[in-house]
Design a protein. Sequence first.
Length: 313
Amino acid sequence: MIPGMRVAKRTKEEIAEAKAALNESFLRFKSVGQIAADTEFCYTVSELVRQIAIDEFALTDPTPYFVNRASAALGQTLEIEEVINTMKAIRRHPGGHPLAFTPTKRKFPITTKQYDLPFAMDLEKILRRQIDPSVFAEHAAQALSRVVVSTVLGAIDASSTGVDHYGRNIAATKSGDIDATTLDGVLRSLGDVNSDTFIAARYFALFPILGFTGYSPNIIDTIYNTGMIGKYKGANIVILKDDFNFYFNTATIGANKIYIGGGDKGAWLHERDVSALNYQSMDPERAWLKNGFRVDFGVNVLQPWKYRTITLT
């Protein structure tokens, strides 16, 4: 398992069963009025939609490759404390008074933002069998993925400037497709300061690597959902899934970006549990079962030199 990987409460098969149960739960109702009168059902089905969405996102979430995760309860203060090693061996002189070194600490306050994911289940279309209720859970999972993934990768992109402590570039550019010379140079630079390296990008950007000398396919069933397909000179190759949305006419991850990281992550994803703020309400006139759940998180890149990015132009 990848350190920090989200753990879904349901397996892929159990999510499929939950979706089927969600669809079937509406079959006993003959009118919007019946649904509106059953407040317990409205709460239960709303909570099930939220749980399925979160579990489906957790199964395919690629962000554990990039960030450490920490969570806190609603109202708690978040901060990162880093202990700095100041110790040094010094020459001893008989009769002298030796120095005493003690670690020092740095603290970084963490700022998070709260996001609302509101949606309305159109009960008329559900009763007419024009749309399955499980579609709302699937779309909510995709929307949740878009905001989390874009925030994590956006933070890494923003911090990928300048050089590391050895004067090596953190960001690189390549005209056209990625080539072995460029990739080897970046891997050499990062591998010197980070271990268990990986290369992550859309399939479009990674495809040339599949023909490089040093690439070997190595599909691992237990983590295949997160996109790991093989290795290149010791680095895991991870495909980030295309999530192009035709309504917004955009994709979260660009096809011209390659991210290189390692097991020692330089960023933190802090989350607050704000599930107590989830809500649902009934609008019988519009025949809408309104739902919503809130997430609260923030990403801080404290050690950008633990990453490398390649932009294809």
